[in-house]
Design a binder for this molecule. Structure first.
Ligand code: SF4
Length: 374
């Protein structure tokens, strides 16, 4: 059978539904009821259907909702490449990371995938992060979709992109994501010439970790539980949990709409199951959003990460935000495991003063106060 690198039509369909602000409000409440503190806002790239004003209004709606003890503290935005002025407006709206995947750095394959439409200009798409930085956004997230081209080409392209951002702006990517083509209803990876097998996938994660040690690395629910587990100890630092990828999918979970889903989810566990699993594996599930809210972004963030000093903040922040999760959302089993983790790890906070304050804050969290951070 002839192999291809072209996605079937369904995967190129722009979501036909668009949420009203009231629907967004209900989605955010559903996310807060799960325990989420950050989200990624995604939208189709149609400039008239989804103008920047719609995105800005949605961000304002999301940040405005305080539901019980919950709040979304960091809105990351994943929208199509846009202008310096629009990036400036996103920055002023208080976004966390601006995320845009290259899909493939291979120009010819990119143009085959995007023959027309707003994404068809390869240079405009590829230079988006430069414009984002010029617009004042200094936390940017990059990634390719492994499988659209040979992984070697896109791997080198990704690292060159990171090197370019660091050389020109003094700030490398805040996050790198590693999506790859996976089997789905209408995709059989055997039909694709460049799909990435599990062993190569793990090598990609490991080498990116070595090459760009300061960067957060993300793996989504597109990967299975087993696959996610195998990349955790070689470089992945951020995971999504309890994700729904269809438009309005958090409120209308029972009405899964495959025509608007961005990708098929392999890991369908709840957030609580993911948190419990991480605890079983010996990791601290952290809901921390402190850096961006303390203004530790861009080169300021990078200097703390590269020197390792950020660990003085990460450990206590992780434990305090885990405590919030345990108090407000965890199942009894997860709560037992989480309390055990907090008791053990609090002893390992190296700075005595920080440890004392963090312990005091844990007591305050039990009494109902929220949102402590270093
Ligand atoms: S303190 Fe650590 S865990 Fe929290 S946002 Fe900063 S880098 Fe992330």
């Amino acid at each position: 059978m002839q192999k291809t690198n072209i996605l079937p039509e369904k995967n190129k369909v722009i979501a036909r539904r668009k949420l009203t602000q009231e629907e967004i409000r209900r989605e955010v409440i559903a996310l807060q009821d799960m325990g989420h503190k950050r989200l990624a806002l995604e939208a189709g790239e149609h400039p008239l259907v989804n103008p920047i004003e719609y995105i800005l209004e949605s961000i304002e709606t999301i940040y405005s909702i305080k539901h019980r003890n919950g709040a979304i503290r960091r809105v990351n935005v994943n929208i199509a490449a846009t202008t310096v002025e629009n990036y400036r407006r996103l920055k002023n709206a208080g976004i966390g990371t601006y995320i845009l995947f290259q899909e493939t750095y291979h120009k010819k394959n990119y143009e085959i995938l995007h023959p027309t439409g707003p994404k068809s200009n390869y240079a405009y798409h590829t230079e988006a992060m430069d414009r984002a930085m010029e617009g004042g956004i200094d936390d940017v997230g990059i990634g390719v979709l492994y499988g659209l081209n040979t992984y070697r080409y896109d791997f080198v392209g990704l690292l060159m992109h990171a090197e370019h951002l660091e050389a020109v702006f003094g700030v490398g990517p805040h996050t790198i994501s590693v999506p790859r083509l996976c089997n789905a209803d209408d995709i059989n990876t055997d039909d694709f010439a460049n799909t990435v097998p599990d062993d190569i996938f793990r090598k990609i994660v490991a080498v990116i970790r070595i090459a760009v040690p300061y960067t957060g690395m993300i793996v989504s629910t597109r990967e299975s539980q087993i696959s996610r587990e195998k990349v955790l100890d070689i470089g992945i630092s951020q995971l999504s949990g309890g994700s729904h990828t269809s438009v309005g999918g958090y409120v209308r979970q029972e009405e899964y709409d495959e025509t608007t889903s961005q990708f098929d989810v392999s890991d369908r566990r709840t957030l609580d199951e993911v948190v419990g699993w991480l605890l079983d594996l010996g990791y601290i599930p952290s809901f921390c959003t402190a850096c961006y809210r303390e203004g530790r972004t861009g080169d300021r963030f990078m200097s703390l990460v590269k020197s390792g000093q950020i660990a003085n903040c990460c450990q206590p922040n992780a434990l305090m935000t885990l405590k919030e999760y345990l108090e407000d959302y965890a199942s009894p089993e997860t709560r037992v495991k989480g309390e055990r983790m907090i008791a053990a790890e609090m002893l390992r906070v190296p700075n005595a003063k920080v440890r004392r304050i963090a312990l005091e804050n844990l007591d305050k969290i039990v009494k109902g106060e929220r949102d402590f951070r270093f």
